[in-house]
Ligand binder design. Structure first.
Ligand code: FES
Length: 380
């Protein structure tokens, strides 16, 4: 593998082993921490056809992809989901459905099983009906609970994914109890990452240091009690880490997202980098997009790095952190991720943390995902 300095530089030699297909931006929910772009309506309504998605999957497999996720928006809104899963299975992928559960039925679960779906990740907002419905912006709790039981009844391995914010962090013991009673193999207490809608609402969502320390202790207690029966993932937000996360294992390194309109993205947040072009699979082969596209080459390896990343002894581990977070919080995607305490912009993270410490939950206004802020409204 070619190297730049001592940092692995894939330069098109690497494989997109983990592919995420965002089948649609449409979604029945209006979550206040939605990771879709805040202006998703800008990208047009022409989603890739069944034949186009099949071609993408074939080309990605030829490039060495092994694991595929069907996501959105809400992927079950696509009537061809079962057909796409069957094709992915045929091609030899490990298939994962990332869903809110709204749009699933027992009949569709049986069809997905038949199509060869291997794993389901179900998003859940809270153990409490009122909080869950409020965070999702629609009444969805009962339906999700019913679907969690149906998914288990159909024998799917499953992870319950619960985005954690200050509005549900105190419910962690009850959430663990609920997941355990549902027979989950995995529970992901996913501290929200602050992009897109979550960034708009950050001052209202970011937990305090004390809340996180309490939650970590509760998780440790539950792990001791539950032993091997359920694995609980809990990672504190990078705002509190002092070190940046090795986002996507490095830009254009192992991950490829395809947006509903076919744009090839190095991560699902990448459209926030407005200085870059995101050509689509309608214009180019996936091989060209992955290996040659200036967008994928832009932040591969280490040549793009500025100080302090360029000479940092951690650069082989964290790759300078997250390009999207660097852009959103410092105005330049080539800056060190400000979550890093060595970044000259680290103060913006510290200031956000201080605001979270000072703010009381419920004192501000949460902006629910809606039909694209840039276009001025409409329902999702
Ligand atoms: Fe885009 Fe981290 S989310 S590089």
């Amino acid at each position: 593998m070619p190297r730049v300095g001592s940092v692995p530089s894939l330069d098109g030699e690497g494989k997109p082993i983990w592919v995420l297909l965002e089948l649609t931006y449409r979604c029945p929910l209006k979550c206040v921490f939605c990771s879709n772009p805040v202006d998703f309506e800008r990208y047009g309504e022409e989603e890739l056809s069944t034949a186009e998605w099949k071609r993408v999957m074939r080309e990605a497999r030829d490039l060495g992809a092994m694991q595929i996720g069907f996501s959105g928006g809400e992927p079950t809104l696509r009537k061809d989901l079962e057909t796409l899963v069957a094709e992915a299975n045929e091609l030899g992928y490990y298939t994962n459905l990332i869903t809110s559960g709204i749009g699933l039925t027992s009949r569709r679960l049986a069809a997905l099983k038949e199509a060869g779906l291997k794993h389901i990740q179900l998003g859940f907002q809270s153990s409490d009906r009122q909080t869950a419905n409020w965070l999702a912006g629609v009444d969805s709790f009962d339906r999700k609970l019913a679907m969690a039981r149906e998914i288990k009844a159909h024998g799917f391995p499953m992870v319950l994914n619960v985005p954690i914010t200050r509005h549900n962090i105190a419910q962690i013991p009850e959430i663990i109890e609920l997941a355990s009673s549902l027979g989950m193999e995995y529970l992901e207490l996913a501290n929200v990452q602050y992009y897109n809608w979550a960034l708009l609402n950050r001052d209202e969502l970011l937990p305090t240091r004390e809340e996180l320390a309490w939650a970590e202790a509760e998780v440790a207690k539950a792990r001791r009690r539950l032993g091997d029966t359920m694995t609980i993932f809990f990672v504190i937000p990078d705002y509190y880490e002092g070190r940046p996360k090795a986002c996507m294992n490095g830009w254009g390194s192992i991950h490829l997202t395809i947006a509903p309109d076919g744009a090839a993205l190095p991560c699902s947040q990448a459209r926030t980098l407005e200085t870059l072009d995101f050509p689509t699979v309608r214009e180019h082969s996936l091989e060209w997009l992955w290996r040659e596209s200036p967008t994928f080459r832009k932040y591969r390896g280490a040549e793009w790095m500025k100080e302090p990343c360029r000479s940092c002894d951690e650069r082989e581990h964290d790759f300078g952190g997250c390009r999207c977070q660097a852009l959103l919080l410092t105005g330049d995607a080539a800056n060190a991720d400000p979550a890093c305490s060595r970044s000259p912009h680290h103060h913006v993270i510290q200031e956000a943390v201080e605001r979270a410490q000072a703010a009381k939950a419920g004192s501000g206004t949460l902006i629910a995902r809606q039909g694209g802020l840039a276009s001025g409204g409409g329902g999702a």
